[in-house]
Design a protein around this ligand. Structure first.
Ligand SMILES: CC(C)(COP(=O)(O)OP(=O)(O)OC[C@H]1O[C@@H](n2cnc3c(N)ncnc32)[C@H](O)[C@@H]1OP(=O)(O)O)[C@@H](O)C(=O)NCCC(=O)NCCS
Length: 236
């Protein structure tokens, strides 16, 4: 292909993508769309997962997908949002709506223990040390789950080819809408100290940095410098 043709097709490609992006659909996924959502999470947090799973990186993705397939039920899908551009899923968020009744906390604890067991069962392949390290790192999310009256963003990821096009911003706006509908008072999250694009995005969309944690458990999540807890109050 000569240079002019290449340039022409490149322009066509970007125009098509732009038109598709204008028609963004943001909603909870259907069951069959969950696998793609997890793939996006896995590729967006490649660095963290590579750190956690090492040479078992590909295997780690399979464990995660099989876990979600086994444990997520229809009613849990409202805890996810996906962004679809045309037929392509390009971003996702996993949320925790916290109005913590005792029953809800118990349900979460059960889900969490199942996840631990799931990873420990893979210990013969992963190695016992790595399997324990992975399960330990998850306690962070459990502790964080005690925050009240808020929507906690567990994970938010835009497919790596679609960064810096406003998708993350739109996803946050959608999260805000859902949170208001559930009459919760704030959105909370934790962001790694070194994740500059994410910290920029959250500040831009009205979050403030509250506390800086440096916790030994976070080392297992590759967040060596600690994390910032961020919050956006939603007054009515
Ligand atoms: C963080 C993430 C969700 C952002 O998604 P996105 O679709 O690129 O977000 P947006 O395009 O809406 O906004 C990103 C902003 O960050 C800015 N940005 C990107 N890289 C930056 C950098 N290195 N320094 C400063 N700003 C940066 C962009 O310019 C843009 O701001 P602008 O709209 O004012 O130009 C995406 O990068 C991602 O999936 N990262 C990996 C997973 C992750 O870190 N998730 C968050 C964990 S809590």
């Amino acid at each position: 292909m000569d240079y002019e043709n290449f340039f022409f097709y490149r322009c066509v490609f970007f125009v098509v993508i732009k038109v598709l992006l204008m028609k963004l659909e943001i909603r909870p996924p259907k069951m069959h769309e969950l696998k793609r959502a997890i793939e996006i999470i896995y590729s967006a947090f490649k660095g963290e997962f590579r750190y956690i799973f090492g040479k078992y990186f590909d295997f780690g993705e399979k464990i995660l997908i099989s876990f979600y397939k086994k444990t997520i039920k229809e009613e849990d899908l409202e805890n996810f949002l996906i962004v679809k551009a045309g037929k392509k899923i390009i971003a996702t968020a996993n949320l925790d709506f916290k109005n913590p009744t005792f029953a809800r906390l118990l349900k979460f604890l059960l889900h969490f223990l199942k996840l631990n067991v799931h990873f420990l069962r893979a210990a013969p392949i992963l190695g016992i040390k790595r399997a324990i390290r992975i399960t330990m790192s998850m306690y962070w999310f459990f502790i964080e789950n005690f925050r009240r009256n808020s929507c906690y963003i567990n994970l938010l990821a835009v497919s790596p080819g679609f960064h810096n096009r406003g998708i993350g911003t739109k996803l946050i706006q959608a999260i805000e809408k859902v949170t208001r509908e559930k009459r919760l008072r704030s959105i909370t999250l934790d962001v790694c100290f070194g994740d500059i694009p994410a910290r920029y995005l959250y500040k831009k969309t009205g979050f403030s940095e509250e506390r800086h944690f440096s916790n030994i458990m976070l080392k297992y999540l590759n967040a060596i410098d600690g994390v910032f807890a961020m919050q956006k109050p939603l007054p009515y």
